[in-house]
Design a protein around this ligand. Structure first.
Ligand code: NAD
Ligand code: UDP
Length: 317
C-alpha cells in the first residue's frame, strides 16, 4: 500500500509511520513541523520507502503518483496548543481536512480522520458511546479544538455522502507513550517529568476528574485495523481503565519511587471546562475490529518513564 500520513512527524503519527513501514508499505509524510519534529522520525529517516514533505496542509497539496490511503493526523493536540494555536487548529482541521479529502477523492484513496474524545466535550453520558452527541462549549478555551474536530468529522461524512470517498473516523481518547513533548503541558509529560525530578505532582482542582490512558502502540494497532476495515461510522479507540488524576499521580510516583507526593493546585484559568470524566465505551472497536488494548498501565508507564528519563538527561536535567 502507498499511504500518505499528514502529521506523521508528531507523537502518534511517527509511531504509525513506523508501523506501516514495518508492514512493507510505502509511506509519504506531509507535516509542517509546527508541533512535530524530524527527530521523531530519526529511526526511519533513511528508509527507502519513506518520503518526507514539509508542507502546511491548510494550503492545497497533492503528492505524485497513486495513493491507496490517507491518514489525516495533522493537528496540534495538547491543551497548551489550544491556547497558543487556536487559529492554526481551526485551519488544519477545516481547510487541511478539506484538502486531504480532495486528494483522497482525486486519487480514489480511502481516508481516515484522527478525531478525538473531545468531540464529546464534558460528557453527560458515561462511558462515552459513539452515538452520544456531546456537550461542547464553543466559546471556552477548548472550543477551537473541539469545534474544529467536529467540523472535520462533518466534512468527512459529507465527502463520503456526496463523492463516495471511503472514510474511517477514529475517536482517539487520551494516549501516552514515548515521543510526547516534555513541555506539551499534558498530564503525562508533566507528572512523569515532575516525578523523575523528585518534585510533587501538580494535580489540578480536586484531582477527582477522571481520564482513561491508552498506550500509543495499542492506539496504532486500532488505527491500522480501522483503516483496513470497511467500518464507515466513528470508532472510539482508548483504554477503558478509568482513573482519577490523583490515582494516576500515585501510580506514577509508585513506579519511580518519588517520595514528594502530590500537590493540589487550583484549576488554571486556561483549563476552564476541563472535562470532569472521560472513559471510552469500546464495544464497537471490539466487535467490529476485534480490537482491545493489550499494554497494561504499569508496562506502558514504565516504557514512558524510561523515555522521559533519557529526554530529561538530554535536556540537561
Ligand atoms: P502532535 O502535535 O504530536 O502531532 C501532530 C502533527 O501534525 C505534528 O507533527 C505537527 O507538526 C503536524 N501538523 C499540525 N498542523 C499541521 C499543518 N497545518 N500541516 C502539516 N502538519 C501539521 O499530536 P498527536 O498527539 O500526535 O496527535 C495526532 C492526532 O491525533 C491529532 O489529529 C490529534 O488531534 C489526534 N488525537 C490525539 C490524542 C492524544 O492523546 N495524543 C487524543 C485525541 C486525538
Ligand atoms: N492535569 C493535572 N495536572 C497537570 C496537567 C494536567 O492535574 O499538570 C489534569 C487536567 O486538568 C485534566 C487531566 O489532567 O483533568 C488530563 O489533562 P491532559 O492535558 O493530559 O489532557 P485532556 O484530557 O485534558 O485533554
Amino acid at each position: 500500500m502507498r499511504i500518505v500520513i499528514t502529521g506523521g512527524a508528531g507523537f502518534v503519527g511517527s509511531h504509525l509511520v513506523e508501523r506501516y513501514l514495518a508492514a512493507g508499505d510505502e509511506v509519504i509524510v506531509v507535516d509542517n513541523l509546527i508541533t512535530g519534529s524530524r527527530r521523531n522520525l530519526e529511526a526511519v529517516a533513511d528508509h527507502p520507502r519513506l518520503t518526507f514533505i514539509e508542507h502546511d496542509v491548510s494550503r492545497p497539496f497533492t503528492v505524485d503518483g497513486p495513493v491507496d490511503a490517507i491518514a489525516h493526523l495533522a493537528s496540534p493536540a495538547s491543551p497548551i496548543d489550544f491556547l497558543r494555536l487556536p487559529i492554526q487548529i481551526l485551519k488544519v482541521n477545516s481547510l487541511g481536512t478539506y484538502h486531504a479529502l480532495g486528494m483522497a477523492r482525486a486519487k480514489g484513496a480511502r481516508f481516515l480522520l484522527a478525531s478525538t474524545s473531545e468531540i464529546y466535550g464534558d460528557p453527560d453520558v458515561h462511558p462515552q458511546t459513539e452515538d452520544y452527541h456531546g456537550n461542547v462549549d464553543t466559546l471556552g478555551p477548548r472550543g477551537a479544538y473541539d469545534e474544529a474536530k467536529r467540523f472535520a468529522e462533518a466534512i468527512t461524512m459529507a465527502y463520503h455522502r456526496m463523492h463516495g470517498v471511503p472514510i474511517r473516523i477514529v475517536r482517539i481518547f487520551n494516549t501516552y507513550g514515548p515521543r510526547m513533548r516534555l513541555d506539551d503541558g499534558r498530564v503525562v509529560p508533566n507528572f512523569v517529568s515532575q516525578s523523575l525530578k523528585g518534585e510533587p505532582l501538580t494535580a489540578f482542582g480536586d484531582g477527582e476528574q477522571t481520564r482513561s490512558f491508552c498506550y500509543v502502540d495499542d492506539l496504532v494497532d486500532g488505527i491500522v485495523r480501522l483503516m483496513a476495515s470497511d467500518v464507515t461510522g466513528p470508532v472510539n479507540i482508548g483504554n477503558p481503565l478509568e482513573l482519577t488524576v490523583l490515582e494516576f499521580a500515585r501510580r506514577i510516583n509508585a513506579l519511580t519511587g518519588n517520595p514528594a507526593g502530590v500537590a493540589l493546585l487550583p484549576l488554571p484559568a486556561e483549563r476552564t471546562g476541563d472535562p470532569s470524566r472521560r472513559c471510552p465505551d469500546i464495544t464497537r472497536a471490539t466487535t467490529l475490529l476485534g480490537w482491545q488494548p493489550t499494554v497494561s498501565l504499569d508496562d506502558g508507564l514504565a516504557r514512558t518513564v524510561a523515555w522521559f528519563a533519557s529526554e530529561l538527561q538530554r535536556a540537561g536535567h
